[in-house]
Design a binder for this molecule. Structure first.
Ligand SMILES: Nc1ncnc2c1ncn2[C@@H]1O[C@H](COP(=O)(O)OP(=O)(O)OP(=O)(O)O)[C@@H](O)[C@H]1O
Ligand SMILES: [Mg+2]
Length: 269
């Protein structure tokens, strides 16, 4: 069940020996230390670990928003900057970041309108179809302020799929939601992803969420941020709500919690 063997990805994400420090030379803090991981095409990988261990930093390096000090990130074999330019990467930030003065539909259309010329010839997805598949067909003409937090988050996820990116990066997209709403959103994303297989890197603090969604769970340790272990989630797909109650699910929960406990202990030793 546990292991660190990586399958070479065909066109997915390859992070090799990435290190990143922040701060002035006399007070430099290493946030990522020699991090390597791969996400194959169509593979769902969650990253879990203590607060401050560098999960968001790693996600931003993969998104091309932060440059690593050393190491490389390639997407489908090309450098991350080129992949970002080609809109091969979708990003769902922690806060939905919708523009309050535009309707939901116009928010989802926005990436298409921002740079029309650069978008010419790209495979694009229809914003209203996307909204419908995320259960927001009835809310397209509303403004973000008229939606619940969960609906806003779904609109932000729909928007990230507009360019039909091969790689989807999500940083705790459901963290602001209450448990029931969160579970609904999670199962909605699971359904969508099961019929739209992207390579996904998904940051979360929730163990059941990581298990329900992922093919593999990367457990990070802190100070400096390193990959402690990678856990294979060998539950059959398609998955659904009933899987929470299975013995296999509970066994995996114990394994992931055990690993998290271990990295927390090490951090306080
Ligand atoms: N731009 C920056 N400048 C200086 N320090 C930074 C910067 N970005 C992140 N850090 C530091 O790097 C460490 C890791 O931050 P990061 O946001 O990646 O953690 P995280 O694992 O996502 O935590 P959380 O679970 O709380 O979101 C923290 O100590 C943070 O203070
Ligand atoms: Mg974070």
């Amino acid at each position: 069940m546990t292991g660190t063997a990586f399958i070479a990805p065909d066109g997915g994400v390859r992070v090799e020996h990435v290190s990143k420090s922040f701060g002035p030379p006399d007070a430099r803090v290493t946030v990522l230390d020699d991090v390597s991981l791969t996400i194959g095409m169509g593979e769902f990988v969650s990253v879990i670990g203590p607060s401050g261990c560098g999960k968001s930093t790693l996600l931003k390096v993969v998104a091309g928003l932060i440059e690593a000090d050393s190491g490389t990130v390639t997407i489908g074999g090309e450098p991350v900057a080129a992949a970002a330019r080609d809109k091969a990467i979708g990003l769902v930030p922690q806060a939905p970041a919708l523009l309050p003065w535009r309707t939901v539909l116009d928010n989802v259309r926005l990436p298409l309108q921002v740079n029309r010329r650069a978008n010419a010839g790209r495979a694009l997805r229809d914003p209203s179809e996307l909204l419908t598949s995320f259960g927001l067909g009835h809310a397209m003409r509303k403004y973000p302020g008229q939606l619940s937090g969960g609906m806003q988050q779904r609109a932000a996820i729909a928007r990230a799929f507009v360019f039909d990116p091969a790689i989807m990066l999500m940083d705790e997209p459901f963290s602001a939601l209450d448990e029931m709403n969160r579970d609904q959103q999670r199962l909605g994303l699971l359904d969508f992803w099961q019929s739209n297989r992207k390579a996904v890197m998904f940051v979360t603090h929730s163990v059941p969420e990581a298990i329900m969604l992922s093919d593999r769970i990367v457990v990070m340790s802190a100070h400096p941020g390193r990959i402690a272990t990678v856990i294979d989630v060998d539950l059959p797909r398609p998955r659904a709500e009933a899987d929470y109650a299975t013995d296999a699910f509970r066994d995996l929960e114990a394994v992931v919690r055990g690993e998290l406990h271990r990295v927390m202990e090490a951090a306080h030793a």
